[in-house]
Write a protein that binds this ligand. Structure first.
Ligand code: MN
Length: 406
């Protein structure tokens, strides 16, 4: 039982307890945990209680906490939960709770490397049909390995950051000169990001059965995408400037442990994957029952279901290291756009409007093929927790600003 007075159905209830980095007034950024509409200053509480890992909370990122490793992170989460359950902590904790509306939230992780996968069969198939109408939707490798590309860690930004429309080249018309200017087909990708703890040694790889030890937590992630720039540049080396201008993540990182009750079997992999992508037990290869929502200027435009994804996060992490590439604490990998089989679950406007040919009607009476300046995109989500509780995934939002003139 908790001493905390929180409505049963409150967002960010005790089943979630996500970590973030905040600052208030002129104080330095440090680690907090969110509960309801409040954030608890873990650094102050840990110091007052002489917690053995108090130093990891007095940091401007979650990296030091993640460095403790999976077992100690589980203990820290149990301690945080105890703070809200044990009445003897009530006065101390109460004194260090602040309204989240009164603090600044910062990028929670110092992102090391960033990889984006392509794990939804519907998304990959839809994009294939739109970008390569004369070829099979899925490339021949797609069901044998989780396809991914290395993104730009330095342009991962926290929820609330404005997104400046990128400039770039587009596919030329008959005269052969590529037009240059602001992207005319700016898009979103509704994704789930996995924050990874390491390190691992060069030449080693993470087995599927050990992946959980490196999966620290989950963020919602918007992989902003300039489709016109992407379509012209991506052959043969893959996404580049059409993606690298910004990737937004939620300020709150939900510990992977909080999703234990959301683990579900994958929809099914056929043909069977190679042995290194198989687990040792049924639990090793898992999907996640995450319910996602995409809002554009407040209108619900899509409701993707993460359980539809073809590849398991554990398989993505294993594949990412199977060549001996190291992991570093703070690595981030994303699932790729989450799209189901029906248009209402497509996680990008490219698919949702079929490349702009079927515009969406918004609540304000306007329509959209792609994003316009001033548009606000918000991703939210939740997962089932223990005993009917809901785990709230960190919201990620961003506003499109006009392109800068060169
Ligand atoms: Mn993506």
């Amino acid at each position: 039982m908790t001493w905390l007075e929180l409505p049963h159905d409150a967002a960010y209830g005790l089943a979630t307890l996500p970590y973030g980095v905040f600052s208030a007034d002129d104080a330095p950024s440090q680690v907090g945990v969110r509960v309801g509409d409040q954030v608890l200053d873990l650094s102050e509480v840990a110091q007052a209680l002489d917690h053995e890992h108090a130093d990891v909370f007095a940091q401007p990122s979650l990296n030091a906490l993640m460095e403790l490793g999976a077992q100690r992170c589980r203990e820290v989460r149990a301690w945080v939960r105890e703070l809200f359950d044990d009445d003897t902590y009530r006065d101390l904790v109460g004194a260090h709770l602040r309204p989240v509306a009164g603090v600044r939230l910062h990028l929670p992780v110092e992102v090391a490397d960033y990889v984006d996968f392509y794990a939804s069969e519907s998304h990959a198939s839809n994009v294939g049909k739109i970008f390569r109408p004369d070829s099979p939707g899925l490339p021949p490798n797609w069901k044998h390995l989780p396809i991914g590309y290395h993104g730009r860690a330095g342009t991962v930004v926290v929820s609330g950051s404005d997104i400046v429309r990128p400039n770039g080249q587009r596919r030329p018309d008959a005269d052969g000169v590529p037009p240059f200017g602001p992207s005319t087909t700016l898009d979103i990708e509704c994704e789930v990001g996995f924050v990874v703890s390491g390190p691992t040694a060069t030449g080693t790889s993470v087995r599927v059965s050990d992946a959980r030890d490196h999966l620290f937590g989950v963020v919602l992630l918007n992989d902003w995408s300039a489709r016109d720039i992407q379509a012209w540049e991506y052959v043969p080396l893959g996404p580049f400037l059409g993606k690298s201008f910004a990737t937004s993540i939620s300020a709150w990182v939900v510990p992977f442990e909080a999703l234990a009750y959301a683990e579900v079997p994958l929809p099914g992999q056929d043909p069977p994957v190679l042995p290194y992508l198989q687990g040792q037990t049924d639990r090793d290869v898992f999907g996640l029952d995450l319910h996602l929502e995409v809002r554009l200027n407040g209108s619900l435009v899509s409701a993707p279901e993460f359980r539809d994804m073809y590849w398991s996060p554990a398989q993505m992490l294993t594949h990412l290291t199977v060549n001996g590439a190291t992991l570093r604490t703070g690595d981030l990998f994303a699932s790729g756009t989450v799209s189901g089989s029906s248009p209402e679950t497509f996680g990008s406007l490219l698919e949702r409007t079929w490349n702009g040919t079927a515009p969406l009607a918004l609540a304000d009476g306007t329509t959209r093929g792609f994003l316009e300046d001033g548009d606000v995109v918000t991703l939210t989500g939740w997962a089932p927790g223990r005993d009917g509780a809901q785990v709230t995934l960190g919201k990620v939002t961003g506003t499109v600003l006009p392109a800068r003139r060169l």
